[in-house]
Design a protein around this ligand. Structure first.
Ligand code: SAH
Length: 353
């Protein structure tokens, strides 16, 4: 079996190639072709001598996923791609063209093991972790599309399917690779990681010296409600998650974002808003309200517009920094895992026919 170079740091490429007599500087040359130029064919690596290209071809591959399905929103600003890896596992990756640049949302696991009631990614559990290279390949795929308009991904949200802190080492490799100057050269400030609230993972992340933005999926102001929609809360309750997030904010100086998915009759009342404000008062934190993308399988509904605005205004009046998520791509099932579910269901029903 050939070794895969996509996902390696330049010095790891150097190590792999040393046995074949490659000079040290070839590591960065090859990394630049793969990560910066999006060149996955050795024949196009023009600064590598022909004989060496043959060696690469014989012993190493560059594994990119293939496109299985895609959807584009009516306004063309949001595109969703279902990408499939060698073992046939597929994940969703989303490109959002924002006024401030191109934002990509990557998946970190095939499926998800968190069991959140409102989330489509978790309906069939977690199938496997993605490697750092597989996470990065999602960005490289989007960059290959953006290259046609002489553009590239400017910011990354680790908010696709999967729980990033349950796949810690691979996600850290991905983040570090994004930052390397021979790779995407991305500032840590342009990367946001969203977690369901795995406390030891948040604590470890705070020690890494990488000041990425942290987003916490809070979604409820009381443990009773949170446990009923997010099973992970039984392991790490609200107080312990907020405490870990506070320490993250203190260490990195970065404001923590609390995501709050509004679900009708579950967490959307004025009382809930007041309780949420009390929880976050005085913290280096902001709230991002997300009207739930209905998951028909789970019977959870989006509150009426008035109710959403009332919730927003209560938080504002209590001096909480709050934003209402712009609903990009609502017409293309932008909620986690919904495109993948649709394709899998189609395949399953095709099998039954
Ligand atoms: N596991 C991580 C990251 C993936 S989920 C986490 O829990 O944060 C990314 C965000 O989308 C989370 O805030 C999640 O709660 C939210 N989300 C999942 N399903 C949703 C839905 N149906 N509607 C709105 N937001 C949803």
């Amino acid at each position: 079996m050939k070794d895969n170079l996509l996902g390696l740091f330049a010095d790891e490429i150097v190590e792999k190639l040393a046995a074949y007599g490659f000079e040290k500087y070839r590591g960065q040359q090859i990394a630049k072709w793969i990560y910066q130029q999006g060149v996955f064919d050795y024949e196009r690596m023009t600064n590598i001598p022909n004989a060496k290209r043959q060696v690469l071809k014989n012993h190493f591959e560059i594994n990119m996923p293939t496109l299985t399905a895609h959807q584009h929103s009516g306004d063309k600003k949001t595109s969703k791609f279902l990408l499939t890896f060698k073992d046939n596992a597929s994940v969703e990756t989303v490109l959002m063209k924002q006024p401030y640049g191109n934002s990509a949302c990557v998946s970190t696991q095939v499926g998800c093991g968190m069991g959140c009631r409102f989330c489509a990614s978790t309906l069939q559990g977690v199938k496997r972790n993605l490697t750092g290279g597989e996470i990065l390949s999602q960005i490289l795929y989007i960059n290959s599309i953006l290259a046609k308009e002489r553009s590239a991904v400017n910011s990354i949200v680790i908010m696709g399917s999967g729980e990033p802190l349950a796949n810690y080492d691979n996600v850290l490799r991905f983040i570090r690779l994004c930052h390397e100057s021979y790779s995407l050269n991305m500032s840590y400030r342009n990367i946001t990681l969203s977690t369901a609230g795995i406390v030891p993972g948040i604590e470890k992340l705070a020690t890494e010296g990488i000041p990425i933005n942290l987003a916490i999926s809070l979604h409820a102001p009381t443990n009773a409600i949170r446990s009923s929609i997010m099973p992970i809360n039984k392991q790490y309750d609200i107080a312990s998650v907020i405490d870990a997030a506070d320490r993250y904010a203190e260490k990195t100086g970065r404001r923590v974002t609390y995501e709050y998915t509004l679900i009708e009759n579950i967490n959307d009342s004025p009382d809930h808003a007041a309780m949420l404000a009390k929880l976050l008062k005085g913290r280096l934190a902001s709230v991002n309200l997300i009207p739930v993308n209905s998951v028909p399988e789970r019977g959870l509904l989006r509150p009426a517009r008035d109710q959403i605005l009332k919730f927003l205004h209560i938080l504002q009046s209590l001096h909480i920094v709050v934003t209402l998520r712009k609903e990009m791509g609502a017409d293309i099932q932008a909620a986690c895992g919904q495109l993948r579910r649709k394709v899998i269901e189609k395949e399953e029903s095709a099998c039954l026919e």
